[in-house]
Design a protein around this ligand. Structure first.
Ligand code: PEP
Ligand code: MN
Length: 381
């Protein structure tokens, strides 16, 4: 059960204290305040956890400061969409809005290899008007002998260059709680303006202690990858781990699932789940065509299969694209087979924009159909 508080109710005030006193008296119930800071106001909600089945909505809505009560009928208590609640599916970070309605492309290096390549990548991004990127410093690798990423050592130059080229947000994987502090230390050291979206990789989707640690920090949003060998439901529950620790600024990233049925692709592309995640939860949805497809092969039409997979995700309403580029893909130290050449960034972005326009046209069509009370192609519901 969720209690939505009135706009004027603030922690520390008499009404709030009166509410807390009453909540503390409920047997078998724990509760937690959750605040979402929007552009105009702070949304305050109280999550009731425990034996809530016996609580009457009518009684709870009489409690001091409560505007509305939402019965949580589904599994994903915090991130899910619940009947009678049109809660926000957007958040702000470092001047950017992330939502289920817009689209950001995070093109960049799978792994930071050297300063020159970081500078070249960021210069190309800037030339294309991009202010978001991906930069891997901590790389989870199958072999212990493979390049593991430069870790904390590369962070100061990555952040300095990001500021120099006007990058606002970098997606960067963390594989250990300690990396969050290292990132913060480096940002402080160079007084970085750019922000970091903390990425949890597919190998750590169910690393519950890492999820709790990343969820406890509220400074940075989180990009949670789908686990490569688990169901969508299990991944959405992993996202709830982050949210239940306090951080609800989460983007969920589809990146394919491991199955030889996907061959010759690295993974079986699962972008048909883009609208599914949007229906089940309020999270913006990212697609990672690079780690899904895993190879740069071009189809006879001249577009690579990575371009095609990207278009499939974007035309289905994806809100973020995480994609590997490299100035010289053959020299990339990690995942060189899937990196797109940096000199093709502009074309890639144009292709994404075409798919996005097609998605917007499809939404307009659905709206028109809804207005006429026509069920679109007989498929909806
Ligand atoms: C990555 O994005 O660099 C990465 C390692 O992805 P994944 O966790 O999806 O394999
Ligand atoms: Mn990679």
């Amino acid at each position: 059960m969720i209690l939505l508080l009135r706009d004027d109710v603030q922690p520390g005030e008499a009404v709030y204290i009166a509410l807390c006193t009453q909540l503390d008296r409920l047997p078998g119930i724990r509760w937690r305040l959750h605040e979402e800071t929007g552009t105009e106001k702070v949304l305050r909600e109280i999550y009731l956890i425990g034996s809530t089945a016996g609580l009457e909505t009518a009684d709870m809505s009489m409690l001091p400061g409560v505007e509305r009560v939402i019965k949580v009928s589904q599994e994903y208590r915090i991130l899910g969409r619940h009947k009678g609640s049109e809660r926000s599916s957007r958040f702000e970070y470092n001047g950017l809005e992330f939502s289920q309605d817009n689209l950001h492309v995070f093109a960049g290096l799978c792994a930071v290899d050297n300063e020159d390549n970081v500078a070249a990548t960021m210069a190309a991004l800037k030339a294309c008007g991009q202010i978001t990127t991906r930069m891997g410093a901590y790389k989870p690798r199958t072999s212990p002998y493979a390049f593991q990423g430069h870790g904390a050592a590369c962070l100061p130059y990555v952040f300095c260059l990001a500021d120099e080229y006007g990058i606002a947000v970098i997606a960067m994987e963390v594989t250990h709680e300690r990396h969050i502090d290292e990132i913060e230390q480096a940002r402080r050291q160079v007084q970085a303006r750019c922000g970091v979206m903390l990425q949890i990789g597919t190998r750590n989707t169910q690393n519950f202690e890492l999820l709790k640690a990343v969820g406890r920090q509220k400074r940075h949003p989180v990009l949670l990858k789908r686990g490569f060998g688990i169901t969508l439901d299990e991944t959405l529950n992993a996202a709830e781990y982050l949210a239940s620790e306090g951080n609800t600024r989460i983007v969920l990233c589809l990146r394919g699932v491991k199955s030889n049925m996907g061959e010759p692709h690295r993974n079986l592309v699962d972008f048909a789940h883009v609208p599914t995640v949007k229906r089940l939860t309020r999270m913006p949805v990212c697609i990672d065509p690079s780690h899904s497809v895993g190879i740069r092969a071009a189809a006879p039409d001249g577009l690579t299969e990575i371009h095609h997979a990207t278009a499939q995700g974007v035309i289905a309403g994806a809100n973020m694209v995480l994609v590997d580029f490299h100035p010289r893909p053959a020299e990339a130290l990690v995942d060189s087979a899937q990196a797109l050449p940096l000199d093709q960034l502009g074309l890639f972005l144009e292709d994404v924009a075409i798919a996005r326009r097609a998605y917007e046209a499809r939404c307009a069509l659905a709206q028109r159909a809804a207005a006429q009370e026509v069920t679109l192609l007989g498929l909806a519901q």
